[in-house]
Design a binder for this molecule. Structure first.
Ligand code: BTN
Length: 250
């Protein structure tokens, strides 16, 4: 595959870079279109949450990818971006976040970045908007244990500087999606980064909560959790690493 041409649209203010980019994707925008904003007035997080950050305190961006894979491989596509963001942080400031399933970047137990992926169309090829918010100087919402690049490293990185390196790191990983061998390499990088595996976890799903051991991730990126000998396959939900939260009362 030839290398991606990134085209970056910058906004001082936008409702949500994901929303803007999804509209462009529906109009047929090519892979490689990127939206980045200083501020979002209606930033969105996973599970219908809001995602808020003061102006220029976070990298707030969305990336349009059109990989030639089935929709059930969405998690692999998102993992590419999560791993690229992680590698970029290592390069720029020596912070090495781990991944918490499915795609949160965490340092210790604190969230430093989150991803929101949305499938826009599956007509000819899967079109996916992957949004990422990285806390640079803002430490995230009060109700989530979170941190920032500056708090972890003392380094103040600007959003454009981080975006440049994320896209550089993403380019190589995006190419891996085009081959079976490349996909295996990506899955391996994802599993190595995924600190959730082997942990006692509490999974908060829309319908219930289960507690068990996170055993593995399957070919589709779903988390396999063992509860009293029975395996549960988790495709969506919030995961809490129980040991890290043992002292908490709620
Ligand atoms: C999460 O809940 O962890 C995911 C957060 C994703 C936030 C980013 S910020 C840029 C992009 N635009 C949005 O509205 N959301 C994503």
């Amino acid at each position: 595959m030839s290398s991606i041409v990134w085209r970056i649209e910058h906004f001082e203010v936008v409702d949500s870079t994901n929303t803007w980019l999804a509209e462009r994707a529906l109009e047929g925008a090519p892979e490689g279109l990127v939206a980045v904003a200083d501020f979002q007035s209606a930033g969105r997080g996973r599970l219908d949450r809001r995602w808020e950050s003061p102006p220029r305190a976070s990298l707030l961006c969305s990336i349009l990818l059109r990989p030639d894979v089935a929709p059930d491989q969405l998690q692999l596509v998102v993992a590419c971006v999560a791993l690229a963001a992680r590698a970029a942080l290592v390069r720029l400031c020596g912070v090495r976040p781990a991944l918490k399933w499915p795609n949160d970047l965490i340092v210790g137990d604190a969230k430093i970045a989150g991803l929101l992926a949305e499938i826009v169309s599956v007509d000819e090829r899967l079109a996916v908007v992957v949004g990422i918010g990285v806390n640079l100087t803002h430490e995230g919402p009060a109700d989530v244990v979170s941190t920032s690049v500056r708090a972890e490293s003392g380094v103040t990185i600007t959003p454009p500087a981080l975006l440049d390196i994320v896209l550089e790191e993403l380019e190589a990983r995006r190419a891996l999606i085009d081959s079976v061998e490349g996909q295996a390499t990506l899955r391996e990088e994802y599993r190595r980064a995924l600190v959730t595996l082997g942990q006692l976890v509490r999974v908060e799903r829309t319908s219930d909560v289960i507690v068990g051991f996170a055993e593995s991730v399957d070919h589709f990126g779903q988390l396999i959790v063992k509860v009293n000998g029975e395996e549960f396959t988790i495709s969506a939900g919030d995961v809490v690493h129980v040991r890290a939260h043992e002292g908490e009362t709620s």
